[in-house]
Structure formats: C-alpha cells, structure tokens
Design a protein around this ligand. Structure first.
Ligand code: SAH
Ligand code: AVI
Length: 324
C-alpha cells in the first residue's frame, strides 16, 4: 500500500479491506497458518492494547516510560530547534507526551499508525493538552512509502519508534525497516527506538499470557475482526490463546490453537483446522543491548547513547543515520 501523508482534515482511508482479505486468505492457506500482527489493531484491538499496557505482568510500557522521563534531557539536547517529530506505530501517543512537552520548539508532530481510532483519540487529546502543536496524523503502514507534506519537507526530522514494536518484525525485516526509516528521515537524522531486552522466560511469558486474560482477548480479537469485516465464521471460543518463548529465536510467539477439528469460512474460502493446529499471530523479538546496536549499525545507524532501567528489562536507543 502506498500512503501519502495527509493533513488531519483529509485523513486517508483506513487500511484497504482488500489488502486485509488478501493477507488473511494467504496466511490461512499456508501449511503453517499465520496472520500478520498488524491486523490486531482495529478500534477494539487498540483499546485492548491500551489495557495490556496497564497490566501488572506487562512491564514494557511503564519501564520505557520511566526510562524516557530520565533520558529526555539528553534527547532534547541533541535535537535541532524546528525539527519535525515523526513517530512510527504511535498508538495512543502517551509516551510521546514526555518528548512533546520537553521539545518545545517542534515544527510539527507526525504520528503514523494503521489504527484510525487510536490516531484520532491521540490527536484530540494532544490538541487539547498542548495548544499550538501542529499535528499531521497519517493512517498507514510504516513499512510503506510515506512522504512528509510539502511544508515540512525541508525541516530536520527526529524519528521516534517506541514500545519495542520493532520486535514484532523478524531481525532481517527490522534491519530493512531501520534503513528505510533512516533514508526517509534523511542523512544524519536521529531515531529514538524502544527495544525490549532478553530476560527470564518466567517474566516474559506472563507478560504475554496475563492472569486477567486481556492478552488472550487481544489475540482472539483478530478472529472477531475477520468475522466482522470479512464475513468469517470463526467460533472464537473454539480457539485458545498460546504464548510461547522460542529460545532459539529469542522471541515470544503468540498463537491461536484450535480446540477441536473444525472448518471455517472467510469470504468465499474454506479453511480446515485439525484439533491442536495453530495460527501464528505474532512474534515479539527480544534483544541484548549489543545485539540491537549491531543490528542498527548494519542498517546504517550509529548508537549515540543507550539507556536502560535498573533491572535491565527494557532499553531506549538514541541513533544517528550515517549513510555511506
Ligand atoms: N507506540 C505505542 C503503541 C505500541 S502498539 C506504545 O509504545 O505504547 C503498536 C502500534 O503500532 C499500534 O498502535 C498499531 O496500530 C501500530 N502498528 C502495528 N503495525 C503497524 C504498521 N505496519 N504500520 C503502522 N502502524 C502499525
Ligand atoms: C506492540 N508490540 C510491541 C506489543 C509486544 O509486546 O510485542 C504487542 C503485544 N502483544 C501482546 N502483548 C502486547
């Protein structure tokens, strides 16, 4: 999909239903069934993600928030006045408020997200809280081509990619995305990235399989979305949420496991599930500090500084793009 950046009054249409249909049919037709995690984020999915961020087991959001509160003076000190803040996968933009209130000479804020509902809520809240802030929300896939509006094209840019959303990509795809972001932000521009760290699976697994069942609901919502938007016939109760630590790949995997043998229809297609068969719905890769710096280096970024919390749960990296 090609997205162009629009002013909020002319917000682009939500991700194309045709693309959703094609992607779902492709994923469910594979010998190992899978769905892209980007489809989690309809209005209900974005709301469920916000609930996840407040769970006692889900340490990433509160830990990254604390790190950002501590490191924001250093980030601000390196940022040129008149910069445009471009955020990838901005969601509720709550952590962004830490940067927005400290970076008081910003030319504009450009949040990019596939979730129209999340973007609209964030825009309304930020406009009320920070009068005078110019906000240009973009509904779109951060993997696609996104141009800044003409009035902002000559301004220096600061990229922001928090939440360890980069962990939802494979390592190769993450490296490719970082390079693309660097090329679009421009030579010598900076990118602040939040990255979740490798730790004891006894901490990791409950973060993705919480006692209250919110993550299970978030995972299962993708089947409800297929039912709502693609005339799917999934019996959501006939699937079970699974969160698994894959040590070889240093990642948490989320799956939906069929509780019984069943057949499901999506649009005009039929899919058979054996009892115990899984749909792989998400990867959440975890990095070491050096492992992430090395990945960033291969993508053309120098690590200027990197911060973590006292328990080494999460990290924030201040990177500069130095293309060769
Ligand atoms: N940055 C926020 C939200 C993280 S949740 C935080 O740190 O808490 C991941 C966000 O990325 C969601 O809002 C989701 O809608 C968005 N997202 C996921 N895949 C995307 C894609 N391919 N392109 C743009 N946004 C995406
Ligand atoms: C957005 N992303 C980084 C979250 C994560 O931790 O991988 C999504 C999520 N999946 C389950 N819980 C949260």
């Amino acid at each position: 999909m090609t997205s162009s950046l629009k002013h909020r009054s002319a917000i682009a249409t939500s991700p194309d239903k045709m693309e959703f249909a094609a992607d779902v049919i492709h994923g469910l037709s594979q010998p190992s069934k899978s769905l892209s995690c980007r489809w989690f984020y309809d209005a209900k999915g974005s709301d469920l993600f916000e609930q996840i961020t407040e769970l006692p087991e889900y340490y990433p959001t509160r830990t990254e928030t604390r790190i950002l509160q501590d490191c924001v003076p250093a980030i601000v000190a390196r940022t040129e006045a008149g910069s445009v803040l471009v955020e990838y996968g901005s969601g509720s933009s709550r952590k962004t408020e830490i940067l927005l209130s400290a970076l008081n000479k910003l030319a504009a804020y450009v949040p990019i997200d596939v979730s129209e509902a999340a973007l609209e809520d964030a825009r309304a809240r930020l406009s009320a809280k920070i009068p005078g802030l110019r906000i240009f929300p973009v509904i779109g896939d951060f993997l696609a081509e996104i141009d800044l509006p003409a009035s902002l094209r000559q301004k220096p840019r600061l990229g922001f990619f928090p939440g360890s959303t980069i962990g939802n990509l494979t390592r190769d795809a993450a490296q490719g995305l970082l390079r693309t972001m660097g090329e679009r932000l421009g030579p010598h521009s900076r990118l602040i990235v939040g990255v979740d760290l490798i730790k004891d699976p006894a901490v990791l697994v409950p973060a993705y399989d919480d006692a209250a069942g919110v993550t299970a609901e978030f995972n299962l919502n993708v089947l409800e979305r297929i039912n709502r938007e693609l005339s799917g016939t999934f019996d959501v109760d006939a699937f079970e949420h699974r969160a698994i630590w894959n040590a070889a790949q240093s990642r948490i995997e989320m799956h939906l496991e069929s509780r019984r043998q069943q057949t499901v229809q999506v649009l005009d297609r039929t899919f058979d599930f054996a009892a115990g068969e899984r749909i792989h719905t998400e990867n959440s890769h975890k990095y070491s500090l050096d492992g992430f710096s090395e990945l960033a280096r291969k993508a053309g970024f120098e690590t200027l500084e990197c911060w973590t919390d006292a328990n080494s749960l999460f990290s924030v990296h201040d990177l500069r793009f130095n293309p060769r």
